[in-house]
Write a protein that binds this ligand. Structure first.
Ligand SMILES: Cc1ncc(C[n+]2csc(CCOP(=O)(O)OP(=O)(O)O)c2C)c(N)n1
Ligand SMILES: [Mg+2]
Length: 331
């Protein structure tokens, strides 16, 4: 386990606040889905907050990420505003995509978030494309692709990894290995346990990190960022973690045991980090409670913002689409 003492307290507290913000966002979004404000599918990243926060903290504002169907945490960690996110989930005009994208297409190019993605592994070639652009323009920028263990079995991953390795692109392949793809455990989808082994076939290093240790994730991603910026090419980071909720909100979760879930809840990335802040950095519990309360207030505001924002006009359905409008006909 990495020592907290090597890091400024301000930074550690910022990690804590961001992880709590992600957790609260997910719980509130799940609640608002049940209450009817948020339509459609939601894939919560509860239990995986440390990967998003640790990885994005190692990036600069000019660096970009691509995300997944489980992407709320990634956007918050890169600076996303919970108000515009909640409004997007609710399909309101004040959302990041004017209410047309929803959870699976959340994006903010100004923050370097090239998008969540409903296609498993779909963000990986996009990050490699961004990395190629940075290399061709000689910009010292890095592209980081988040993806799951299931995505590593998709052709898109292999094709993208091959070119990134061949051309030594400034790309980080960040795998959140939460041990499941939907209801299929990892041992039924891949013949190897450590997916980072696959990087060797494409000529770049693969490393493993405890994905529930935000500081360890931050440190290992910093190394990968440095390598990428120097022109030494990609790194595959495999973060071992676990999603505590279902694949989607409403998932009956018949494919895993209560013992397994309890094992991972005992390794909760936020509770574990909070304990370490108190014990190793002597942070007063009251100071952390105050952060929790501030985050709750922020999410109250985000939900209210979403509720009181207008829904798009029906005619807006034809705006911003890549189709020719032949006298009102889209096709
Ligand atoms: C190309 C493609 N195949 C299948 C699906 C259906 N699908 C959605 S999420 C998912 C599981 C992905 O697992 P993983 O990559 O491990 O991500 P996790 O859900 O565990 O975060 C699948 C199969 C899809 N959206 N896209
Ligand atoms: Mg998975």
């Amino acid at each position: 386990m990495t020592s907290l003492k090597h890091h400024p307290l301000d930074q550690l507290l910022a990690f804590y606040r961001l992880m709590v913000t992600i957790r609260e966002f997910e719980l509130r979004a799940a609640g608002e889905r049940k209450a009817g404000l948020v339509p459609g599918f939601l894939h919560a990243c509860v239990g995986q907050e440390a990967t998003a926060v640790g990885a994005c903290a190692a990036l600069n504002a000019e660096d970009v990420i691509t995300s997944t169907h489980r992407g709320h945490g990634h956007l918050i960690a890169k600076g996303g505003d919970p108000r515009f996110m909640m409004a997007e989930l609710a399909g309101k005009t004040s959302g990041y995509c004017g209410g047309k994208g929803g959870s699976l297409h959340l994006a903010d190019f100004d923050l370097g978030v090239l998008g969540a993605n409903g296609i498993v592994a779909g963000g990986i070639p996009m990050a490699v494309g961004a990395g190629l652009a940075f290399q061709m323009r000689r910009e010292p920028r890095v592209a980081l692709a988040f993806f799951g263990d299931g995505a590593v079995n998709e052709g898109a991953f292999h094709e993208a990894a091959n070119l990134a390795g061949l051309w030594k692109l400034p790309v980080i392949f960040f795998c959140e290995n939460n041990l499941y793809g939907e209801g299929t455990p990892q041992h039924k989808q891949a013949p190897i346990r450590d997916l980072s082994l696959r990087a060797a076939g494409y000529g770049f290093p693969g490393v493993i990190v405890d994905g529930n240790d935000v500081v360890a994730v931050y440190e290992i991603t910093l190394d990968a960022v440095e390598r990428a910026r120097k022109g030494d090419g990609p790194t595959f980071i495999e973060a071992k973690t676990y999603r505590q909720r279902g694949h989607y909100e409403g998932d009956p979760m018949i494919y895993r045991t209560e013992e397994e879930m309890a094992y991972w809840r005992a390794r909760d990335p936020i509770l574990g980090f909070r304990k370490r802040l108190e014990e190793e950095m002597e942070v007063e519990p009251a100071a952390l409670d105050a952060v929790d309360a501030e985050v709750k207030a922020l999410l109250d505001e985000a939900v209210q913002f979403a509720i009181h924002s207008p829904a798009p006009r029906p005619e807006a359905a034809l705006e911003g689409v890549y189709a020719d409008d032949h006298g009102g006909r889209v096709f």
